[in-house]
Ligand binder design. Structure first.
Ligand code: XMP
Length: 537
């Protein structure tokens, strides 16, 4: 039996975070739409109700019959979840006088309540709600308050207890939020915390062997974390029955194709490397429009991949590194359930391959943990995301081999610089980097990490249609600028530009201009997303 916590999703932006926090406790959980509770699943040990963009009074508010879960499992309602339980159980919810938002301190805490055991006085929490609970459910006690929010948390001490918190324990700024979730899933629900990378590998390897039998599997590798971990996991399960295909479209990073091929070979993978750069660069000749570039690359990729895949005539399965956030059905405000993402591109339909997705229950940080447990090298595991079309969307204007070479050289200097520059972090900054799964040891309250590990994604962009004047030695130059981009983010949906140290920027700028022929100016992109995007095209 794999114990699980069910998180009912009422549409909050932080629902996925609740899932991640529970998993960080080595406790398995699944996020399901608010109205899809798996009533006949014997492994469920507790239920969490998420927040929501709606007020309980909204006509369109997501509503459930609480009797499907109340009295059957311990329940924790977060924000809207807590308000909904109050509203439907003899309590009352009203618009807050002023919007209750941001950091607040719990000035009163009932530490005898199972949810708040081990809490510090004045523990900081994060509030974000327009409505507030003015009367708690019949039979409940108030167990925490802030100066602004009297009913910050309540407790219904029944055989299957019910808790409501109006703050967000899943959010980083709720300093003891993880303790609260642990108190719920372990202390109240009896979770055994038996979800670990080693455990996952053991059961998944067994399942893959049963699923695939003696069949052959093909997998498209990209050099990225997900497809690489997927390949190594499959290799552990079925060895040589797995054939991987890695396509070089000619717009990867400098030496990336050969470096990654070497890594894969060291990992014992059976990889076919296909150099299709002539085809891609030929088809892209003279194309300047970003979406057209993407379409050509997507089409060529499918053609090249399918041509290789067809040579493996006995293949029965196509494996993909789809991960959990790719599949979580997110609820949009109109109440429609939408698929947020499809990883499935280029499935060779005529080959009638079945899909095999061994990472489909994992969050990104868990994929990394599985990779480490499988003994993969750290540089493959902590690699930044990189767009499928590669440098094509970072060369503004038409693409040529020469422009790719210039950008590869500038980008290489930049990325190596980010890896080499070490910073010491403490407090919230350190906690945030550690929470993202970066391996670092805390010493005297500090950790040392590279700038590369501190940011979500970085890259250089060649402004190949812009030229500016410069001077080198006695020579006048008239060359292209390169823009550097580095962003912090947790999911690429929103991002902020990274505040890189000035001495680092000065050195990188110097190095690029001195060493990369064709570049005489370096700029730094200080746009956040939104309204800009991470990539320039
Ligand atoms: P944007 O530029 O939309 O990017 O802020 C968000 C994230 O997605 C990556 N990205 C892509 N990945 N194919 C991909 O596989 C693409 O066409 C593509 N465009 C953007 C981008 O690098 C960032 O991580």
């Amino acid at each position: 039996m794999q114990q699980k916590i069910i998180i009912l999703d009422f549409g909050s932006q932080t629902t996925q975070l609740i899932g991640r926090r529970v998993r960080e406790l080595n406790m398995y959980c699944e996020i399901v739409p608010y109205n899809k509770f798996p009533a006949d699943d014997p492994d469920v040990i507790g239920v969490i109700l998420s927040g929501s963009p709606f007020s309980v009074y909204d006509e369109k508010a997501f509503k459930i019959d609480l009797d499907t879960v109340r009295g059957k499992y311990p329940i924790l309602g977060i924000c809207y979840g807590a308000q909904y339980i109050a509203y439907t159980n003899g309590g009352n919810v009203e618009p807050a006088g002023s919007r209750e938002y941001g950091r607040q301190n719990l000035t009163t805490i009932d530490k005898s309540c199972p949810l708040f055991q081990g809490f510090d006085d004045n523990s900081q929490v994060w509030m974000s709600h327009g409505d507030t609970i003015t009367a708690i459910p019949t039979g409940a006690h108030v167990v925490a308050s802030t100066p602004q929010v009297e009913n910050a948390a309540y407790y219904l001490p029944e055989e299957k207890p019910v808790f409501g918190v109006q703050f967000h324990p899943e959010v980083f700024h709720s300093v003891q939020g993880t303790l609260l979730l642990k108190n719920f899933v372990v202390g109240v629900c009896g979770g055994k915390q038996d979800w670990s990378a080693a455990n996952y590998i053991e059961t998944t390897v067994k399942e893959l062997r049963e699923q695939v039998g003696k069949d052959r599997v093909i997998l498209g590798l990209s050099g990225g974390v997900d497809s690489s971990v997927c390949a190594v996991l499959l290799n552990r399960a079925i060895g040589d029955q797995l054939t991987c295909i890695f396509v070089d479209h000619g717009m990867l990073r400098k030496n990336e194709f050969s470096d990654v091929m070497k890594d894969y070979e060291c990992l014992g993978l059976n990889v076919i490397g296909v150099d299709a750069s002539d085809k891609f660069l030929g088809d892209l000749e003279g194309v300047t429009e970003p979406e057209k570039k993407r379409k050509i690359i997507g089409r060529d990729f499918i053609e090249v991949f399918n041509a290789e895949a067809k040579k493996i005539t006995d293949a029965k399965w196509l494996a993909q590194g789809t991960i959990y956030p790719d599949r979580i059905e997110s609820l949009n405000i109109t109440g429609k359930v939408i698929k947020s993402h499809h990883n499935v591109g280029g499935l060779p339909e005529e080959m009638h391959l079945s899909l095999c997705e061994p990472l489909k229950w994992l969050f990104k940080d868990e994929v990394r943990r599985v990779g480490r447990e499988l003994g993969m090298p750290e540089h493959l595991i902590t690699r930044h995301p990189f767009p499928g079309p590669g440098l094509a969307v970072r060369i503004l204007g038409a693409i040529t081999r020469e422009k790719v070479r210039v950008l590869q050289d500038a980008d290489d200097i930049y990325i190596r610089g980010l890896r080499d520059y070490k910073v010491k972090l403490s407090g919230e900054e350190a906690r945030s980097v550690l929470a993202a799964g970066v391996p670092a040891n805390m010493e005297n309250g500090e950790i040392e990490v590279s700038l590369y590990d501190q940011i979500w994604q970085a890259g250089a962009i060649l402004l190949s249609e812009v030229r500016s004047v410069g001077v080198m030695g006695d020579e006048r130059t008239y060359e292209n600028p390169v823009a550097l981009r580095a962003v912090t983010s947790t999911d690429a949906m929103t991002a902020d530009w990274a505040h890189l140290p000035y001495d680092f920027m000065a050195k990188v700028s110097n190095d690029i201009i001195n060493k990369v022929k064709g570049v005489n100016r370096v700029c730094y992109d200080i746009s956040s997303k939104p309204p800009a995007t991470i990539e320039w095209e």
